[in-house]
Ligand binder design. Structure first.
Ligand SMILES: Nc1ncnc2c1ncn2[C@@H]1O[C@H](COP(=O)(O)O)[C@@H](OP(=O)(O)O)[C@H]1O
Ligand SMILES: [Mg+2]
Length: 355
């Protein structure tokens, strides 16, 4: 049975859009600014905290009883050493919250010129992301800047929000400020929001105007082997890319892989930008976080795809803040997924040093 979730969807899209405006402006003000050195992580810290403050403020107003599993917590900002950072974050969050309403937004969501928040209110909002997760009831997952490395490079990153009910992802919204609106035209206009409610399909809307534009339904086309390519992380520490090469060979994939940071990969897969999402653990014991996969997985499933781990099991969003022991992630269209899974398992058997 499909839940309606119309109100949740509307609020989540609005929250993600606001957070994308905020993170884009942080990038333009701080990262492009010559005074920030290449290794300086402060823009991403400022962007992460303030975007989480904004999204959680909106969720607290609209769904006050829902817990939130968010990536950040405000402990560091409550110490004296964090006060300078805290003040920048509060200012940015309030600028974002008090921006004029756009069509589709409502003042009772805590948005608009009269809704400025106190320091304590915003720190408490950040800390509302400290829920431990679990297998029952409703909870939101939030990654305010997924793909922090991509954000700093001016490449792909995403603002990612999902609603999980009884361990099943029912709603996912992903904002991609730097993703081309049309995957076939990489130099064209950028900035999209993708969303899906389970049972209702997957959609793309422009980030600049998500409520008044007719949504485009996205789905994964049936692709012949020679048109497939692998969608994979940029960061070598996040996934075993040498394993992907062996799987590509096994599948007869001739196209070069597409490397991009963040859940923008799930979005690219969902709209048929030629791919198979493949994330094989590097063997460090790292556990995947639920906020890094919840919205992307429902989006791909609603676009007609399948998401499993390398055993062929569904991802388990009911174990807490992580997905538990890491068996990786495989995402592909329904027709292709069984072949990818078989190829992954074959490489695991035949090249155990890679598995
Ligand atoms: N060793 C590791 N293995 C797998 N994923 C990791 C990892 N270390 C960090 N990550 C996660 O990978 C995410 C980025 O995904 P991708 O590799 O697809 O771009 C990061 O999200 P953040 O950037 O929000 O921290 C982080 O949560
Ligand atoms: Mg992340």
């Amino acid at each position: 049975m499909s839940l309606n979730l119309a109100a949740e969807k509307q609020v989540a899209i609005a929250a993600v859009r606001r957070a994308c405006v905020l993170t884009s402006s942080v990038f333009n003000k701080l990262v492009k600014n010559e005074t920030v050195t290449k290794d300086d992580k402060s823009p991403v810290t400022v962007g992460d905290y303030s975007a989480q403050a904004v999204v959680n403020t909106i969720l607290s107003r609209t769904f006050p009883d829902d817990p939130i599993v968010g990536e950040e917590d405000a402990t560091d900002l409550r110490q004296e050493s964090g006060f300078a950072l805290r003040d920048r974050i509060i200012q940015l969050a309030n600028e974002c919250i008090t921006g004029e309403l756009v069509p589709g937004e409502k003042e009772e969501w805590g948005l608009g010129p009269n809704q400025s928040q106190s320091v304590d209110e915003l720190l408490d909002a950040i800390d509302r992301g400290n829920y431990d997760g679990g297998s029952t009831g409703r909870m939101w997952t939030l990654d305010p800047i997924d793909g922090t490395k991509g954000f700093l490079r001016g490449e792909q990153y995403a603002v990612c929000l999902a609603l999980i009910i009884n361990a099943r992802v029912e709603l996912g919204v992903i904002g991609c400020p730097n993703l081309p609106v049309n995957g076939a035209n990489p130099s064209g206009p950028r900035g999209c929001i993708f969303y899906a409610v389970r049972g209702q399909g997957a959609f793309q809307v422009p980030l600049a105007d998500p409520f008044t534009t007719t949504p485009t339904r996205v789905s994964i086309p049936v692709l012949p082997g020679d048109q497939l390519n692998l969608l994979e992380s940029v960061e070598k520490a996040h996934a075993k890319l040498s394993f992907n090469e062996l799987v590509a060979r096994e599948l007869g994939v001739t196209r070069a892989p597409t490397r991009m940071d963040s859940q923008a990969k799930y979005c690219a897969l969902a709209r048929g930008d030629g791919g198979v999402y493949l994330r094989i653990p590097t063997g460090t014991g790292y556990k995947e976080k639920i906020w890094d996969h919840a919205p992307g997985s429902v989006l791909v499933e609603e676009a007609g795809g399948i998401i499993t781990d390398s055993r062929g099991q569904p991802l388990n969003f009911g174990l807490g803040r992580t997905l538990g022991e890491n068996y990786g992630v495989i995402g592909a269209g329904k027709d292709v997924h069984p072949r990818v899974l078989a190829a992954v398992q074959k490489v695991q058997r035949e090249s155990p040093e890679e598995a």
